[in-house]
Design a protein around this ligand. Structure first.
Ligand SMILES: Nc1ncnc2c1ncn2[C@@H]1O[C@H](COP(=O)(O)OP(=O)(O)OP(=O)(O)O)[C@@H](O)[C@H]1O
Ligand SMILES: Nc1nc2c(ncn2[C@@H]2O[C@H](COP(=O)(O)O)[C@@H](O)[C@H]2O)c(=O)[nH]1
Length: 210
């Protein structure tokens, strides 16, 4: 895939991924762009079609997957979610750093592609705090909440796997976690740009002194 290296943000539902990435998108407007996923779940109050998600039916999503339009897709808490090729290309076409907010299945599937992102895991300080955040958010039915808590336990275990994530951030104090996210993402991006600049400089030497 062309363009700057994307950033994948993953972690349990309720850990604070959207909260953190919205801060990043706001502070670095024009630098980072959000990959708008497709989902079969219903919009929450305040969410906008085409901005937060593309809200589609299961039939539409299945047909698009069968048509090869998705980089990855997953079933999560009773709904389908997926990253379309078009969503990532739309951000990369603007030469912005594409941010994906995806679950653990998505991370594993993206690892099999050539997307080559920076992998960031956002984790809650504890299961108790995660449950409180999800309950206080008031977006889930009891059934959906239980499914998300179950998935969170699995996610918290798997995220310890060495090498799976480049950075694991515990989102306890929001400002501290945001600082860590910025450091992690910018460090990787600047490092990558520095290597590119160095290699341009190196090859320029061969052009000047063949
Ligand atoms: N550091 C924090 N301290 C206290 N509350 C927080 C913190 N970070 C996020 N929250 C709150 O926790 C709730 C869950 O956060 P958020 O919706 O960002 O999680 P998420 O990981 O994006 O969840 P999902 O995967 O379900 O979209 C929100 O109500 C948010 O305001
Ligand atoms: N594999 C994918 N997971 C995705 C995608 N978009 C969102 N998600 C993950 O789903 C859960 C639930 O999200 P919610 O908005 O219903 O709370 C969360 O963990 C997201 O990271 C996607 O395109 N692919």
């Amino acid at each position: 895939m062309a363009g700057p290296r994307p950033v994948v943000m993953s972690g349990p539902s309720g850990a604070g991924k959207s909260t953190l990435l919205k801060k990043l998108l706001k502070e670095f407007e024009g630098v980072f762009g959000f990959s708008v996923s497709h989902t079969t779940r219903s919009p929450r109050p305040g969410e906008e079609n085409g901005k937060d998600y593309h809200y589609v039916t299961r039939e539409v999503m299945k047909a698009a997957i069968a048509n090869g339009e998705f980089i990855e897709n997953a079933e999560f808490s009773g709904n389908m979610y997926g990253t379309s090729k078009a969503a990532v290309q739309a951000v990369q076409a603007k030469n912005m750093i594409c941010i994906l907010d995806i679950d653990m299945q998505g991370v594993k599937n993206i690892k099999r592609t050539d997307l080559n992102p920076v992998y960031v895991s956002i984790q809650p300080p504890s299961m108790e705090i995660l449950e409180k955040r999800l309950r206080d958010r008031k977006t889930e039915s009891e059934e959906s909440l239980q499914k998300r808590l179950h998935a969170a336990k699995v996610d918290m275990e798997i995220s310890k796997e060495p090498g799976l994530f480049d950075v694991v951030i515990i989102n306890d104090d929001l400002d501290v976690a945001y600082g860590k996210l910025k450091d992690a993402v910018l460090e990787v991006i600047f490092f990558q740009k520095k290597i590119l600049l160095n290699s341009y400089a190196f090859y320029s030497l061969f052009i000047i002194f063949p």
